[in-house]
Design a protein around this ligand. Structure first.
Ligand code: PXP
Length: 250
């Protein structure tokens, strides 16, 4: 029997809209609560170094008030390490971060930063925080993630999602194959496998049908779609598409 596929809803862009006017509305905590009732199994928030969306106060409120696990995305910096230890989220997803980028553009280079990631991960794991590494679906990075003792890898689904938008069938097949091989390898190495970035109603099904993947983290599309159909309906529709794809596996 295939494992249940969890949905982590990333609420960063509720904060993006709030911050456009500098006030308190719309409130990411309210969005997290609506998401949870609509079927989110976890809430994900990225505390960026420049605080362009989620703030330190948001993390404190989410940690104190949501009923589902909190996955804190963050860069591997001393400041973020201290924040994680203070709030003790259920998991930390370590991501690369460049200030000038619009969103997280590629996966972390675990292979090239072995010792640093190793020490950082241990510091979090000693406090019972699960460590997830956001990486490209690349064999070297997946093996390096297992070597540093990560609990989870989150495979960067952005290239696949872009391929779906492009409509280039050859590219779609190629990018999906990379996720498929990556998920199999991660699972074989004993890592919990997640995927995320850029997923939409059109691209979610094929990723949801990869049996080794047990969690998808989705944000921007869900919040964008909420403008048209509401957050509750947007999440319920994504949940339905995930469940339908998963049901094909038996
Ligand atoms: N997973 C990770 C590690 C991310 O950095 C992001 C974007 O913050 C997501 C998932 C969600 O991506 P999107 O907002 O494109 O759905």
């Amino acid at each position: 029997m295939t494992e249940f596929l969890r949905l982590g809803v990333n609420i960063d862009h509720v904060a993006t809209i709030r911050n456009a006017r500098g006030g308190a509305h719309p409130d990411p905590l309210k969005a997290a609560n609506i998401a949870t009732v609509a079927g989110a199994d976890g809430i994900t928030a990225h505390l960026r170094e420049d605080r362009r969306h989620i703030s330190d106060a948001d993390i404190a409120r989410l940690r104190a008030e949501i009923d589902v696990p909190l996955n804190l995305e963050m860069a591997v910096t001393e400041e973020m390490g201290k924040i994680a230890l203070r709030h003790k989220p259920n998991a930390c997803c370590l991501v690369p971060e460049k200030r000038e980028e619009i969103t997280t553009e590629g996966g972390l280079d675990i292979a090239g930063n072995n010792n640093r990631i190793n020490d950082f991960s241990k510091m979090l794991q000693e406090q019972n925080i699960l460590v997830s590494l956001f990486i490209d679906p690349d064999e070297v990075q997946i093996r390096a993630s297992a070597d540093v003792g990560a609990d989870i890898i989150e495979l960067h689904a952005g290239s696949y999602a872009h391929a779906v938008i492009s409509g280039d069938q050859k590219l779609i097949t190629h990018e999906l194959e990379k996720l498929c091989i990556g998920a199999e390898l991660g699972h074989k190495l004993g890592l919990e496998v997640h995927a995320g970035h850029g997923l939409t109603f059109d691209s979610v099904a094929a990723v949801a049908a990869l049996p080794q993947i047990v969690e998808l983290n989705i944000g921007h599309f869900l919040i964008g779609e909420a403008i048209f159909i509401g957050l509750d309906a947007s999440i319920k529709k994504m949940r339905h598409l995930m469940d339908k794809a998963r049901a094909t596996l038996g």
